[in-house]
Design a protein around this ligand. Structure first.
Ligand code: FMN
Ligand code: SF4
Ligand code: SF4
Length: 290
């Protein structure tokens, strides 16, 4: 079996998940090719060589990021009806998030794909607030334990996974697509603190849509920002401010390791019930697979 997975990851969480899928698939003897959407490296004339197509993305405002479904639009119509699987990564295990692929799916249906299986893994926030290292490690460890189970069930035992969806959630998701219009405008309001910036050009060189340019000793922002937060998250000196969303900015990668010392969880009640449900369901699946 040959599988192609197309993905976008703003700050690396989706990428970590995709790499685990690839690793687990190869271990099971499945040919598993991954393609980064932002690199636009895939030769579409080869698409019919694959038996299953996957898409993976971080959830942005209850939707797939705009560049993901724009990329799907470029797909040619497939020769045969092709099974599709979707991998969502986000900071909240809310059922409403499970419908985030709605628009992506409607585009891919027109390309002759049908949704066969979908997955949602919790990974820490790169926006709103910083999860504790303890929580981030718990999310990461859970994801790495779940992926081999999901891969085995789906690609070897032919047992797809179906996320529970809410009825009548489409209009809500649709309304929140306004975020994609807003992020373009908000991106123009990004600022860099010149006293902190060390001109490493990490932000300029890593932006997936080339939204940041450095000209005449000045940083300029164009109007196609996706608000993936990569620029501000990885800035080594925390020199960024991200416009109206600056109060929600998260800077610095997570270690994904249990911390040595106790940290204060500033948001102990945030999404508490959905986290309990996610980790409980995951633990049950992990222990029954042992
Ligand atoms: C603009 C933006 C909007 C987001 N909206 C949501 C959301 O609606 N639900 C959610 O659970 N997480 C949301 N998140 C959090 C990310 O989905 C989460 O941090 C994810 O792990 C990031 O993955 P990445 O590192 O692959 O970009 C949002 C993040 C950003 C930057
Ligand atoms: S990543 Fe930060 S320090 Fe480096 S050029 Fe950009 S703003 Fe300056
Ligand atoms: S400007 Fe920053 S937040 Fe916007 S798309 Fe580029 S890297 Fe992502």
């Amino acid at each position: 079996m040959r599988v192609a997975l197309f993905y976008f990851s703003g700050t690396g969480n989706t990428e970590k998940t995709v790499l685990k899928w690839k690793e687990a698939s190869l271990k099971e003897g499945v040919s598993f090719d991954i393609f980064k959407i932002e690199k636009d490296e895939f030769d579409f004339s080869k698409i019919n060589e694959y038996d299953k197509i996957g898409f993976a993305y971080p959830i942005h405002a209850f939707n797939a990021p705009e560049n993901v479904w724009k990329y799907a639009k470029k797909f040619p119509k497939l020769e045969k009806k092709t099974p599709l699987f979707i991998i969502m990564v986000s900071g909240e295990y809310l059922t409403v998030n499970h419908s985030s692929g709605k628009k992506l799916l409607s585009i891919l249906k027109k390309k002759n794909c049908f949704l066969e299986s979908d997955y949602h893994y919790l990974m820490p926030y790169n926006m709103i607030f910083r999860h504790t290292e303890k929580r981030a490690a718990q999310m990461y460890n859970t994801m790495t334990s779940l992926v081999p189970i999901d891969v085995k069930e789906y690609l070897i035992e032919n047992k797809p996974h179906h996320l529970k969806k809410l009825h009548l959630v489409g209009w809500f998701i649709f309304l929140l697509r306004i975020e994609q219009w807003f992020t373009g405008i908000n991106g123009k309001a990004y600022k860099i603190n010149q006293n902190k910036c060390i001109k490493c050009m990490k932000c300029v060189n890593s932006c997936p849509v080339n939204n940041i340019v450095y000209e005449d000793n000045k940083f300029k922002f164009k109007n196609n920002c996706l608000c993936c937060t990569r620029c501000s998250f990885y800035c080594p000196t925390d020199a960024f401010s991200i416009g109206l969303l600056n109060g929600w900015r998260v800077n610095k990668p997570y270690s994904f390791k249990e911390p040595n010392k106790e940290e204060k969880d500033k948001h102990p009640h945030y999404c508490k019930r959905s986290y309990i449900r996610y980790f409980k369901e995951a633990e049950e699946r992990i222990s029954s697979s042992r």
